[in-house]
Design a protein around this ligand. Sequence first.
Ligand code: ADP
Length: 364
Amino acid sequence: MSYLTITDLQKHYDHYHALRGINLAITEGEFLVFVGPSGCGKSTLLRTIAGLESSSAGSIILDGRDITELASSKRDLAMVFQSYALYPHMTVADNLSFALRLAKLPDTEIQEKIRFVSASLQLNPLLDRKPKELSGGQRQRVAIGRAIVRQPKVFLFDEPLSNLDAALRVQMRLELARLHKKLSTTMIYVTHDQVEAMTLADRVVILNAGQIEQVGTPLELYRQPNSRFVAEFIGTPKMNLITANKAMLEGDNLVIDLLGNRIHFPANRLKETLSTSTIVGMRPEHMSFVEQDGDISGTIELVEHLGPEAYAHIQLSNDQTIIVKASARSELKDGQKVNIKIDVAEVILFNENDRVISVIPEEA
Ligand code: ADP
């Protein structure tokens, strides 16, 4: 059953329509991540749920209660910001207990809660320090701790890790995932970083220009994007997209003319009739190098060696560059001519409106 239900939520800033009808049903305990390019409305959506922005239309129901018009402080939500927003003159312990003291909780209860979050977030050695005596990661942990002591119904995170360096981000990401397992509280998290979204989320919500483009588990979005936008947004390096010269049905096969090569695609995987233009989507790991009988050919432009794997950038006859995953010990050389085999079972087709037109095969 839905715990947090958002129905046709709209937000107009003076002249800008920032949220264009958002519908979402969030289950209790779920870790939901909003992701999308800058300006797509992620923060606006989160801030509207938090009550920091008013909505222009629509409703927000939390645990059976309509909170759409409620003041932020009455919504039973706790928000963690990128900027930490700690009280600079207070110690960590006082920062953690501030809201509880304000709510006039008994001292023993406050102490117990502080002990619990300090242990969960390894804050014990820091309790007497002021924020300026802490590293960025430590400050962010205090900010998260301050949200936890309030035992909200939902945690809202607005890009909480973007001020941290790369190594610390990875560490804090793990800590957040552990914390979510331990608390089992509903979490909504905003990020522009699709890797962060994919690693943290139970479900990812991809936003585009104020609308939801697709909602799904990380793997669903990766394997079954329903638009070119999602296909290109999820996955690093990006999915390769080549426009077919022609695509036509021949018996049980769809024959696609890709740069003058005929690729056979099972016609039963087409969910729509062909449009005038077909775009062929192939992820870098679904293509490989072969000595002969390749599907397409090209010339190596450069090879990126990342350690566990390598990515070869290949220039095709139409001057387009695609990326193919190669083995870590690949000895491919710049300028070398290569033949590429396409794993047809993993190919995704889009029409000229960038909507997917192929059905994804069952997992092997
Ligand atoms: P994101 O978090 O996805 O980067 P935001 O939710 O911050 O995007 O913003 C969505 C859109 O709304 C952007 O085009 C932004 O310029 C606009 N916007 C955000 N806040 C305001 C505001 N206070 N007044 C007018 N426009 C705003």
